[in-house]
Design a protein around this ligand. Structure first.
Ligand code: PLP
Length: 227
């Protein structure tokens, strides 16, 4: 077994254990393997161990790997910040986008999603810790953006994504995830997918209802600079 296969196996068992521990339905939490700054060979190793969903942050790097792995049935998720001049490639090359936080970007993705593909699955990124350096929409502006995106036929709005400020301790980590879950519940639209939790805080995210946890280093080990 490769280290990556071993990591995935241990993580999957831990996810099942945490689902039970926190009263979550069995298999309600999916693992998104965050492969930014990992070589294509690492994605291939994970794929051979059964992993199908991969998250990438940097468009050019993602397109290169996608080309290299074209024969594999991979579900590609874009989780990086979106510049408006990159939306056409994102709309064409990805199945999911987690980081939509303004209507202008949503409209471009809607217009540029190729007609032969299914509507693009999108999540709205919420800046739940209100960090000035982070992307994401302010919680009080969420309702309006949900309304606007729901009108775009080539986008399939499925949920919310958040990346809270890092804190130590389970209770402190759970608080912002609970806020995200409450925002999703209070929305008129069905926002059933909650993309939250990284290698450092995924247990807290599972406890508060995460359905997609985004794990990079826990799966692949340290990131390679310039990979
Ligand atoms: C890099 C990244 C992750 C994964 O972080 P790890 O600490 O490696 O698990 C998750 N989400 C986003 C948005 C990221 O950019």
């Amino acid at each position: 077994m490769t280290d990556i296969a071993e990591n995935l196996s241990v993580l999957k068992q831990d996810i099942r254990t945490r689902e039970l521990e926190y009263g979550r339905a069995a298999n309600s939490v999916r693992l998104l393997a965050v492969s930014k700054r990992q070589p294509a060979s690492a994605i291939r190793d994970a794929w051979e161990a059964g992993q199908r969903a991969f998250g990438e942050n940097f468009l050019q790097e993602a397109l290169d790997k996608r080309r290299e792995l074209a024969e594999l049935d991979i579900e590609w998720h874009f989780i990086g910040s979106i510049q408006s001049n990159k939306t056409a490639d994102i709309a064409r090359a990805f199945d999911w986008v987690h980081t939509v936080d303004r209507v202008r970007i949503a409209e471009r993705l809607n217009r540029q999603r190729p007609a032969e593909l299914a509507p693009l699955n999108v999540l709205i990124q919420v800046n739940i810790s209100r960090e000035t350096t982070k992307s994401g929409i302010a919680p009080e502006s969420l309702g309006e953006l949900v309304h606007e995106i729901s009108a775009l036929p080539r986008l399939n709005l499925v949920g919310l994504m958040a990346m809270p400020a890092q804190v130590d301790g389970l209770a402190g980590q759970r608080a912002p995830f609970a806020q995200v879950a409450a925002l999703a519940r209070n929305c008129q639209s069905a926002l059933e997918t909650l993309s939250m939790g990284t290698s450092l805080d995924y247990v807290a995210a599972i406890a508060e209802g995460a359905s997609l946890i985004r794990l990079g280093t826990a799966v692949f080990g340290p990131r390679v600079q310039g990979a």
